[in-house]
Design a protein around this ligand. Sequence first.
Ligand code: SOE
Length: 379
Amino acid sequence: MTKPLNLGMIGYGFMGRAHTNGYKRVGDFFPELEYRPVLKAACARNQENIQAFADQWGYESIETDWRALIARDDIDAVDICVPNNLHKEIAIACAEAGKMILCEKPIAMNTAEGEEMCQAVEKAGVANTVWYNYRRVPAVTLAKQIIDSGKLGKIFHYRANFLQDWTIADDLPQGGAALWRLDVDAAGSGVTGDLLAHCIDTAIWLNGSVSDVTAMTETFIKERVHQETGKKQKVGIDDACAFLCHFENGSLGLFESTRYARGHKALYTLEINGENASLRWDLHDLHRLEMFDHADEGITRGWKSIHVTDGEHPYMDKWWVPGLQIGYEHSFVHHVADFLKSLESGEPCHPTFRDALETQKVCDAVLASASDRSWHTIG
Ligand code: SOE
């Protein structure tokens, strides 16, 4: 007998769809799990839009006030899929109401807010996780297994990029639905919190904590019309960011992100170089993990591309047959599966709020460093 996990979804954008797809698919592909998500209610201020979303995706009911959703006894877990400036208030209210929380990344607008959220979930003892989904792309999870096995030896370098090009046009407005990522009051930051946060989360997971950073940011387009006021307003977000860092294991980090790399849509790449071997991964080819192993025989030694589709690869026994790859949306199915497993085991589902706060601290240090042009230690 499976147990229901009654979900309330707040928000209905791109991420609302990605997460909902995860809830819908998980029982089919992870039938052994004790809990089954039930799409109880979807919530957003605009009644017509949220009703259309609920009808399309199969939510049983709607709410137009998140407080009403949280007050419902038939909701066990809340998914926070709204702009970053709303995360804190909703998450704390959820924790106080004893609801489990699955929160979209980054955890908050800044470290201070994130810390309050961590304290609230820890005090309430509610299950919590933040949707840094790329950890659960099988090739990235495989990289984690290989690194943890010690095969790479001492790590010297970690580098990551997240490159996009969708904000180059200067007549693109900021703010409001879909474009809140360009409004600093809603997003907190630009590419640092939106894109580099992914790179930082994966980096900390694969290579350990970051000790200090030095960064630069740029805002290429200084003013944009705000959708809500109709007026040209200063752009407060970073359009591009690059930073250097030290990891606590002694390795050096190099990170770059921009929305101005013409031709790149979502080019998240990472590479890690150890004394014995290196690994690299590219989101545009997400089912492959490349590896160079210096222990290979001399004349045939070289980079190999592992097609991460075998049953023995992470998560892949749940899907098709060897050779048939999966994609972006499956990382969310895996995250839901791991969250449900964590409810069975009583173990946390990583990244927890506390884990995500570590990423937030690095983001804050990066922005502070870009502003005062000096090295910042992670507090
Ligand atoms: C921005 O374009 C965005 O959608 C991010 O918000 C997501 O977190 C990232 O995974 C893809 O790009």
